[in-house]
Design a protein around this ligand. Structure first.
Ligand SMILES: *Cc1c(COP(=O)(O)O)cnc(C)c1O
Length: 384
């Protein structure tokens, strides 16, 4: 199998599997005061420390959640709840559904949401953002890098603009953590979302960084876990896996980055030189380099995806969350692609376990598939 869908999810690192298995027998409730419970609590706090230090935070600023999606929901709804006299949110037009749908939910509740547009590379319009801020604005939520096209946003500049007007900033770092530097002080943000299963950890666990002193309302009501703002007995094994995944990242993210960038540029150049009329989507430089999104004009991406799958090559048409619905990617439409071009786009996302051989095979199979599909479709290159 050649797995090129690492932005959708990643395989568990062997060290993560090992750490989770080792901890599975300890069933203690971390809230219990006797030794087996205390040991679990200590382990959770070790993991909290590992994750906090990886992003330059203090461990008291990390709240474990049930997913990256929950971290995004928590950040946005928790801040809006904490600022009852401010009814405005600013976000971008190309956010992950975890943010976009939360924004739409707020709109239904009577909040005003401004969606900052992006240019053809997917970079937000900072002047538009600056003009959109009003005394009513409670929060700006802009993703660090986009999951479909990889474009990195100028978060530091967003923060600079926001601070002048006293507005809080949240950023979804699910696609950047482990790929580029994510540091809460360098970015300057107040809230930041992470997810374990995009960094070779388990599914069903995420984290929200909340800068010390930020006023936020509880998201899940119940016991005193997670400072009482995200109640519920902790996902112990998931958190152990998350902590281990970050430990592994610390040792090897630079090496991984180097290898992935090399393989990714080989794949990019190979596709561009072997397949006529492909169009690359996203920023040429300023993007997470593991992500390659291409339009194959004249074809339906799904047909290519399925043909690749018969060769055990797994890619995606974009956001996994929109895969089941018929709608065209909002990201690709918002960078200005026509719907028929957007429907021809495939995302290749590389990860730690890809090899040079994987890329060689894709570069052999893909051009043949495209040629064959184009020959049986009514493809007219002159119309592209
Ligand atoms: C995957 C992803 C999420 C959601 O994380 P889950 O843990 O799967 O809920 C949020 N934002 C971005 C950018 C993502 O890629």
């Amino acid at each position: 199998m050649i797995y090129l869908d690492n932005n959708a999810t990643t395989p568990l690192d062997p060290a993560v599997i090992q750490a989770m298995i080792e901890f599975m027998e300890n069933f203690g409730n971390p809230s219990s005061l006797y030794p087996i419970g205390r040991r679990v609590k200590e382990k959770i706090n070790e993991c909290r420390e590992i994750i906090a230090s990886a992003i330059g935070a203090h461990r008291s600023e990390i709240i474990f959640t049930g997913s990256g999606t929950e971290a995004d929901n928590f950040a946005i709804l928790g801040i809006m709840d904490a600022c009852p006299d401010k009814k405005e949110l600013i976000t971008s037009s190309i956010e992950h559904p975890a943010v976009l749908r939360t924004a739409q939910y707020l709109e239904k509740k009577g909040y005003k949401v401004t969606y900052v547009p992006v240019d053809s590379y997917g970079v937000i319009d900072l002047d538009f953002l600056s003009d959109a801020i009003s005394p009513q604005t409670a929060l700006i939520s802009i993703m660090h890098a986009n999951n479909e096209i990889g474009t990195i946003q100028p978060i530091e500049k967003v923060v600079e603009i926001a601070k002048k007007k006293g507005v809080l900033v949240h950023t979804d770092c699910v696609q950047t953590f482990g790929k580029i530097e994510v540091n809460v002080d360098k970015l300057g943000v107040d809230l930041l979302s992470l997810s374990a299963h995009k960094i070779y950890g388990p599914k069903g666990v995420g984290a929200l960084y909340i800068r010390k002193g930020t006023n936020i309302c509880p998201f899940i009501h119940g016991g005193h876990q997670e400072r009482g703002i995200r109640a519920g007995t902790e996902n112990t094994i998931g958190i152990v896996g998350f902590g281990e995944a970050v430990k592994v990242l610390k040792e090897r993210w630079k090496k991984d980055k180097e290898k992935i960038e090399k393989l990714s540029s080989k794949l990019k150049e190979g596709i561009e030189s072997r397949i006529p009329l492909v169009k690359f989507n996203g920023h040429p430089e300023n993007r997470v380099k593991n992500t390659l999104n291409f339009a194959f004009p004249g074809l339906e991406a799904e047909a290519i995806l399925l043909a690749l799958a018969t060769k055990e090559i797994y890619v995606s048409t974009g956001s996994a969350c929109s895969e089941e619905s018929e709608e065209v990617s909002h990201v690709l439409l918002n960078i200005g692609l026509k719907p028929e071009i957007a429907r021809s786009c495939l995302r290749f996302s590389l990860g730690r376990f890809n090899t040079e051989e994987d890329i060689n095979i894709v570069l052999k199979e893909l051009p043949e598939i495209i040629e064959k599909l184009r020959s049986i479709s009514a493809f007219h290159p002159e119309e592209v």
